[in-house]
Ligand binder design. Structure first.
Ligand code: FES
Ligand code: FES
Length: 153
């Protein structure tokens, strides 16, 4: 495959990386840039484990060719302060943990856009993040705690 050079903003800092022309953003983040917080589940856009923010919107990084992020802003779970993750550790939102980084990234998108809760329920907004372990109650409760701590629940 042809190697191409891609420059973009990652977690607030400029990066430049050589990637294969058909490479997925998920693989660039994990295997070229060492950001292994973003997980692979299904690899086909169904589970949300690989969720990152692209220009502030949650996307499945397994479906995004890296060349498409040229000049754009990508934020991963590593951009969040560890204390921001505490509600998920406390609230029974995590068992195996495979879904958690993606859940957290979607949760932070909701936190930054509380107006979404005027037209959608939390469970509707989280529908793109599947969890095979928790039954979702702990996840929803933890996100509610995050929103409450910000005064937007
Ligand atoms: S790994 Fe990307 S949606 Fe499942
Ligand atoms: S905690 Fe295991 S998939 Fe969600």
């Amino acid at each position: 495959m042809t190697a191409i050079s891609i420059a973009f903003t990652l977690n607030g800092s400029p990066v430049s990386v050589d990637v294969d022309s058909a490479e997925r953003l998920l693989d660039t983040l994990r295997y070229r840039l060492g950001l292994t917080g973003t997980k692979e589940g299904c690899g086909e856009g169904e589970c949300g484990a690989c969720t990152v923010h692209l220009d502030g919107l949650p996307v499945d990084s397994c479906l995004v060719p890296t060349y498409q992020v040229r000049g754009r802003r990508v934020d991963t779970v590593e951009s969040l302060d560890p204390p921001a993750l505490e509600p998920f550790a406390r609230g029974g939102a995590t068992q195996c943990g495979a879904c958690t980084p993606g859940v957290v990234m979607t949760a932070w998108w909701i936190r930054d856009h509380p107006e979404l809760l005027g037209t959608h329920t939390l469970r509707e907004l989280m529908a793109g993040n599947l969890c095979r372990c928790t039954g979702y109650d702990g996840i929803v409760d933890s996100i509610g705690a995050v929103l409450g701590e910000r005064g937007s629940a």
